[in-house]
Each structure stands twice: as structure tokens, then as C-alpha cells.
Design a protein around this ligand. Structure first.
Ligand SMILES: Cc1ncc(COP(=O)(O)O)c(C=O)c1O
Length: 294
């Protein structure tokens, strides 16, 4: 695999990370995951704009312009000849002796790589199960921070319960998934948490809202309770890798009929139509394995 670090493209033997990198010591940085379909980056502009915003929110001065960041992710795709997978890109505050406050002269460290990953076809087709967990994360979930301990613990909890994703609930209200946004459908209306500091405003979330608009599905961006979630006719979670994953079980109770619902299917079809179309070979490869939910 070819990595990018601080202006250079390096192989596995060449790339090195300092033990004093603040990303390593404090999770002091931000990141993005960009999907590649059929050798083409999907919604790269939106992801890179969010990276710039996340960096600004934690006062890291990115050493690259949008144009340069675009070139970096495009080069990662081409250097790795990636057809189906994703690009990971992270920025940390830099390398400095460990002390909590910002170091005076540190230079941000930018690192990225490209990995093959399959679409989660089994979950997309059959649906997934969620487990509700208390949202004990900090109050700036709008920042795509490297600090993911709350998300890691929640996901593990869900996996150990035989589910694919955790459903965060804060003060009785559903926020998002451990690594996804969540949507419920009740009486034909699409419900989701508003984009504020309690959730990450997912790029897939934005695509879904746009598709709902085009399909004339009414949308309500308003908090709902766990009890209301359990009573939805349909439910799904979204992310760059999970796409639009139907949820058929929540806390061991079926959602609706316990199978992916019709509006979820409609949104999935609309989503599939607007991603870079996979070649026949790409489809054949995909069908051989079922990737992770997110
Ligand atoms: C906490 C959280 N919310 C939402 C999302 C979905 O964001 P996106 O659709 O941009 O991948 C993610 C993605 O990893 C996430 O970690």
C-alpha cells in the first residue's frame, strides 16, 4: 500500500509515526473517510470541506489548500490503483513533548492511505440490528475528531450483543449511531436528529436528505425518543461505508414488519443510481464477500 505523509508518497517500510505525535498521545486531530467506487472518489469535495471545518473548530491550521487536499486524495486513489474501497486521511496537531496545551511551534502532520473495502451487501439487502447505548460522549460531536473512545465502547457493546451498530441515546433522545447517522420513518415522514453539536453531520446523511427531497418524502429534522424509534415503521443508519443500511431489529424488537421497508428501499435505489457506476467486474467481485456494516 502507498501512504501519504507530510508531502511524500511512501510505502509501508518507509512510513513512520512519531511516539510524540499528538494524535497518538491525545487523539488531538481530525480525519475523513472518502469512498471510492469504480476508481472514482465519491463526494470528495464535501468530505474535504468538512475536514477543513473540523480542523478550524479545534484550531489546527491545515498546511494544504482545498486544491492540494484534492490532489492528495486523488493521488492516493491512483497510486494504489483503488477501484472499490476508501481513502483515509487524518491531520494531527503535530509532534511535540507531551503536554496538554497547544505546543508553540508544532507543524500539523497529514497522513493518508487507501484501502480496498467491499460494499456491505448482506446488510444492505437483509438489514441489520442495533442496540441502544447511553451517549456518554463529549458535546462537540459535530467535529470529526480522532478521539473516538465513546464510539469505540458503544460499537463493542453492540457487537457483543450480536448487533451490527449501536444507537446512541442522550437524555432519552436518539442522537446517532456509533459510526453512522440514523433515520426513522413514521407514517411516510422521514425523521432524523437536527445537525447540531450532538451529532456529526454525515455526508451520507446530507445525500439522503437531498434524495428524500427529490423523491418528495417529507423530512422532519427533530429529536425523537428511544420509544419513538422502536415504534417507527422503518429505520436505517447511514455512513460512507454503511451507505443506507436498513435496521430490522432494535433492542431485540422488530422494527415494523422486521424486514427492510419500502421507503428505505426507494432511498437505497436512488442512492445506487447516483454513485459512480461499478463495472460488471466490480459487481462480481463485490458479491463474493460481505463487508463490515460501517
Ligand atoms: C459518529 C458518526 N456519525 C456519523 C457518521 C456518518 O458520516 P458520513 O456519512 O460522512 O460517513 C460517522 C462516520 O464515520 C460517524 O463516525
Amino acid at each position: 500500500m502507498i501512504y501519504f505523509k507530510d508531502g511524500e508518497f511512501l510505502n509501508e517500510d518507509q512510513i513512520q509515526v512519531s511516539a510524540d505525535d499528538r494524535g497518538y498521545a491525545f487523539g488531538d486531530g481530525v480525519y475523513e473517510v472518502i469512498k471510492v467506487y469504480d476508481g472514482k472518489l465519491y463526494t470528495a469535495k464535501e468530505h474535504l470541506e468538512r475536514l477543513v471545518e473540523s480542523a478550524e473548530k479545534i484550531r489546527i491550521n491545515l498546511p494544504y489548500t482545498m486544491e492540494e487536499l484534492t490532489e492528495i486524495v486523488e493521488s492516493l486513489q491512483s497510486e494504489n490503483q483503488l477501484t472499490l474501497g476508501h481513502i483515509y486521511l487524518q491531520v494531527t496537531r503535530g509532534v511535540a513533548p507531551r503536554a496538554h496545551q497547544f505546543p508553540e511551534n508544532s507543524v500539523p502532520v497529514v497522513m493518508g492511505y487507501a484501502v480496498e473495502s467491499q460494499r456491505p451487501l448482506q446488510n444492505l439487502e437483509m438489514g441489520a440490528a442495533m442496540k441502544s447505548v447511553e451517549d456518554m460522549r463529549w458535546l462537540r460531536c459535530d467535529i470529526k475528531s480522532l478521539n473516538l473512545l465513546g464510539n469505540v465502547l458503544a460499537k463493542q457493546d453492540a457487537i457483543e450483543a450480536g448487533c451490527q451498530e449501536a444507537l446512541f441515546v442522550r437524555d432519552g433522545l436518539v442522537t446517532e449511531g456509533a459510526s453512522s447517522n440514523v433515520f426513522g420513518i413514521k407514517d411516510g415522514v422521514l425523521h432524523t436528529h437536527p445537525a447540531n453539536h450532538f451529532i456529526l453531520n454525515g455526508i451520507t446523511r446530507r445525500v439522503v436528505l437531498q434524495l428524500a427531497n427529490e423523491l418528495e418524502i417529507p423530512v422532519l429534522e427533530k429529536e425523537f425518543t428511544l420509544a419513538e424509534a422502536l415504534d417507527m415503521d422503518e429505520f436505517f443508519f447511514t455512513s460512507t461505508n454503511a451507505e443506507i443500511t436498513p435496521v430490522v431489529m432494535m433492542d431485540q424488537q422488530p422494527i415494523g414488519q422486521g424486514v427492510p421497508g419500502p421507503l428505505t428501499r426507494k432511498l437505497q435505489s436512488a442512492f445506487n443510481r447516483q454513485i459512480p457506476q461499478l463495472t460488471a467486474a466490480g459487481h462480481a467481485e463485490e458479491r463474493e464477500s460481505n463487508g463490515p456494516a460501517s
